[in-house]
Design a protein around this ligand. Structure first.
Ligand code: ADP
Ligand code: 5GP
Length: 225
């Protein structure tokens, strides 16, 4: 009775460093094989445990700037001293294949996506408290004390931007957070603005029996009590 757009959603996920975005997204991907996480390019150094082409494509600052010149990025930004950018190549292709594309990017990048793609969905992942954010950043053991402070200062500014997003999820209990993000993605599939066509199948037999041949049916519009 309705035909909805088959194009995949574009989901932009932001939140302070250490809020748990990466962890949440990996869980969502496990449960939603139809989702695809865009792998960004960065000029920051690879961290222990990260993999080229899985977490990021790692390049030097010069190479990154060269890619900017070539128009390689859908959006890019410099975040606490390093460049990060979304390669534009696969985003539309994946969406047209029906995949839900996830971008994990910071707030300025998200603002740029908002200007470029009008049906993008914006989710902000919030830490439950400053204390817990500090604990998570320290426990992750990926940054020096100085870099943690820089990320904390950035987080302090970023949290004020939450109202620009469509959804906010506080990442306290991981399982609950993952369920909420999955629920948002599912609900977005039911939006009426995804409808391409409503068709009434007026020659279907059941419609003749119930409406068209019935005495109740007086004009073109079916009477609904
Ligand atoms: P981000 O991608 O936002 O920078 P990460 O996904 O790397 O954050 O998470 C930061 C740290 O917090 C990691 O060590 C991760 O295991 C931990 N973490 C993520 N979510 C939770 C949660 N709900 N409860 C406790 N620890 C969490
Ligand atoms: P990290 O160094 O912790 O991996 O990432 C730092 C920040 O950069 C995070 O907030 C992350 O969301 C953001 N980021 C990662 N990739 C991109 C990207 O392609 N574009 C933008 N604008 N930000 C990104």
């Amino acid at each position: 009775m309705i035909k909805s757009k088959e194009i995949g959603s574009l989901i932009v996920i932001s939140g302070p460093s250490g809020a748990g975005k990466g962890t949440v997204i990996q869980e969502v991907l496990k449960d939603n094989p139809n989702s695809w996480l865009s792998v960004s390019m960065t000029s920051r150094k690879i961290r222990p445990g990260e993999e080229e082409g899985v977490n990021y494509y790692y390049v030097s600052e010069e190479e990154f700037k060269q890619k900017i010149e070539e128009g390689y990025f859908l959006e890019y930004n410099n975040y606490v001293g390093n460049y990060y950018g979304t390669p534009k190549e696969y985003i539309n292709k994946k969406r047209l294949e029906g995949k839900d594309v996830i971008l994990e990017i910071e707030i300025n990048g998200a603002n740029n996506i908002k200007k470029l793609i009008d049906d993008a969905i914006f989710i902000f992942i919030m830490p439950p408290s400053w204390k817990e954010l500090k604990r998570r950043l320290e426990n992750r053991k990926t940054e020096t004390k100085e870099k943690i402070i820089k990320r904390f200062q950035t987080a302090y500014r970023e949290i004020n931007e939450v109202t620009k997003y469509n959804y906010v999820v506080v990442n306290d209990d991981l399982e609950e957070t993952v369920e909420k993000v999955k629920a948002i993605m599912l609900a977005e599939k039911c939006r009426v603005d995804r409808i391409e066509e409503v068709y009434l199948n007026s020659d279907e037999e059941i419609l003749h029996e119930m409406l068209i041949d019935s005495k109740e049916f007086v004009n073109e519009t079916p009477k609904i009590d």
